[in-house]
Design a protein around this ligand. Structure first.
Ligand SMILES: [Cu+2]
Length: 267
């Protein structure tokens, strides 16, 4: 019975590791919805796995020591505890090692951070022609596209096209959206691309990404923004440029339809 706590704590830690291994496998996919479809996302995954390896090794190491101590002192006759000031050397070594690991991660991730966040590194073409303005509000994504052949302006234009919860972007090249919020904090999250950016009231935040595979992907809100947070489920449609153009044309037809059939107009 005295060794119960040893089994309890090491067992719980082993179960946690086991769940993570099984859950991350292709059967359950608790972590990522498949491999990243964006080149930057793949780099972000590499960082994620690097940090995961470091934390897993630390986790297993710490629990092994805990298990050993519980095993060693968890049996035998109860005895008086030793009084100890601790070990100065051990504290210095563990502080330096921890600082070293953190410093390494901080430096190692800078390249990815730089590409993702520093405006001067953004693709020039994408910056010059943002595909859309995405405005988060309780509880939907409002999307404003520039009219055909137009460039997105900061303020709404009569030729702009509007839709909700469906963001169409061309695949295979970097695109930029302008992210805003109308009310509270939201978070623009494209899990398949590993893109996540807070939408902050009062700010217009440029977000760039590149979907290399055509398809329909999740666009969700990753910030608990009110009772209807769960309803902010949109989609990202990555398609060929010509498909996107015909989508916009269709959208424009619907939006500017005055209810009079074409035939009647010409009469
Ligand atoms: Cu939200």
């Amino acid at each position: 019975m005295n060794r119960f706590w040893c089994f309890f704590f090491t067992g719980a830690a082993a179960l946690a590791v086991l769940f993570c291994i099984v859950g991350s496998g292709p059967t359950y996919r608790w972590w990522f919805p498949g491999p990243s479809i964006s080149p930057l996302g793949a780099q972000i995954d590499d960082l994620f796995y690097l940090i995961l390896v470091i934390t897993t090794v630390t986790f297993i190491g710490v629990n092994a020591i805990l298990g050993y101590v519980l095993w060693k002192y968890g049996s035998g006759k109860p005895r008086r505890s030793d009084f100890s000031h601790g070990s100065h050397t051990l504290e210095v070594v563990s502080s330096i090692v921890t600082a070293g690991v953190l410093l390494f991660i901080a430096l190692y991730q800078m390249d990815v951070w730089y590409r993702y966040r520093v405006k001067s590194t953004f693709d020039r073409e994408a910056v010059a022609h943002p595909v859309a303005e995405v405005t988060a509000r309780q509880f939907e994504w409002r999307i404003r596209y520039p009219g055909p052949g137009k460039t997105l302006e900061d303020t709404p234009q009569p030729t702009d096209l509007y839709t909700v919860n469906d963001l169409h972007v061309p695949s295979g090249k970097p695109v930029l959206i302008k992210l805003r919020s109308e009310d509270v904090l939201h978070s623009f999250f494209l899990p398949h691309l590993r893109i996540k950016q807070d939408a902050v009231p009062g700010l217009v935040i440029p977000v760039w990404f590149q979907a290399d595979k055509t398809g329909i992907y999740d666009l969700v809100c990753a910030e608990l923004c009110g009772w209807g947070h769960y309803k902010m489920r949109g989609q990202l449609t990555a398609e060929r440029e010509d498909e996107r153009q015909s989508y916009l044309k269709e959208l424009s037809k619907t939006q500017f339809d005055d209810g009079v059939a074409e035939k009647e107009k010409s009469e």
